[in-house]
Write a protein that binds this ligand. Structure first.
Ligand code: AMP
Length: 113
């Protein structure tokens, strides 16, 4: 199994500003924030990208989404936030451990860039 930056954050080998943790996931502030609030929610399970998931991960994926909403709310941005998952290099994925971006605190345009 490939080690990524995010595995190292889960294992506390590199530091991160952790805002939430439970047995299934970890959430921490993005090091290069693209909005006043920019948090990443990651599963502790080593999953490269969402297109690799199956029904086996159904509950885990639901958990990640639920927690993303709760975290946005807890951070004071429950009214308006954007969730983003980049799947694959051409979609902008740079870290190959599944993560949900929570972005909030500014206006977002559509379509996204
Ligand atoms: P993506 O481009 O969707 O793969 O997102 C990867 C995100 O991880 C980017 O927004 C990076 O700024 C963020 N990132 C990379 N290294 C770290 C780190 N050590 N701590 C927190 N966020 C990071």
């Amino acid at each position: 199994m490939t080690e990524t930056l995010f595995t190292k954050i889960i294992d506390r080998e590199i530091p991160a500003d952790i805002v939430y943790e439970d047995e299934l996931c970890l959430a921490f502030k993005d090091i290069n924030p693209q909005a006043p609030l920019h948090i990443l929610v990651i599963p502790k399970k080593n999953i490269v990208k969402i297109s690799d998931t199956t029904e086996l991960e159904q509950d885990l994926l639901g958990h990640l989404l639920l927690k993303a909403g709760e975290i946005a709310n807890a951070q004071g941005y429950g009214e308006a936030f954007r969730l983003v998952i980049n799947n694959g290099e051409n979609a902008g994925q740079t870290v190959f451990h599944l993560h949900i971006h929570i972005l909030a605190g500014r206006t977002f345009s559509w379509p996204p860039g």
